[in-house]
Design a protein. Structure first.
Length: 201
């Protein structure tokens, strides 16, 4: 069966995506200010921001399969989804480093070395840094389209690191982190299958 022909991209501009993407962060910080995040507000806030970062990473990874398999063309919004994912990772890290650890960098460094789930999470953050730094048109022109595309494949191990960080953080193996991990693996597995099928004689 022939693949679905991509539909024309929606006419909606990208700025509403950024605006809507900020709503969860505003909501959770608002809840925190007014003491509505429960007995351990920092833990709830860190968890919520990290979960939204993973959701936006997954949404960005889903753009290509949706376009190629279902003909839903959201390519216009992939950059916005990636930048929102990075923003939520920054907020997640900021709550931990500033509000939880009080900018005690020695303690933060010790946590990175001592706690594997933090080590993995920090690795994912470092993988996202060059992607965020080159997420504008001038960087594409400077690097060249092919080099830029190669660099931005770092999102794959970054998403894996984010999913693994979530699973290791919870420790008791509940369903939710495993579902996120399964979605990430499925999206990356689709890319592997697609690449191999195109190389097959």
């Amino acid at each position: 069966m022939a693949p679905a022909r991509p539909r024309p991209p929606p006419r909606m501009p990208t700025w509403p995506v950024y605006l809507l993407g900020l709503v969860p962060a505003v909501y959770y910080f608002w809840q925190g200010i007014y003491g509505d995040l429960g007995a351990d507000p920092l833990k709830v806030l860190e968890h919520a921001l990290g979960e939204w970062a993973l959701r936006f990473l997954i949404a960005g990874l889903a753009v290509t399969p949706l376009r190629r398999e279902l003909g839903i063309n959201l390519l216009k919004y992939r950059r916005a989804l990636g930048l929102l994912a990075f923003l939520y990772v920054l907020l997640h890290l900021g709550v931990y480093a500033v509000l939880d650890q009080g900018l005690d960098w020695r303690s933060v460094g010790a946590d990175i070395l001592r706690r594997p789930y933090i080590t993995v999470g920090m690795a994912g953050f470092l993988l996202l840094l060059p992607l965020a730094a080159t997420s504008f048109n001038a960087a594409i022109r400077w690097l060249g389209g092919r080099n830029w595309s190669r660099l931005h494949k770092l999102v794959y191990p970054a998403a894996l690191a984010g999913a693994l960080h979530y699973v290791m953080l919870v420790k008791s193996w509940p369903l939710e982190p495993l579902v996120y991990a399964a979605i990430v693996l499925a999206l990356l597995g689709w890319r592997l299958w697609r690449g191999r099928s195109h190389r097959a004689p």
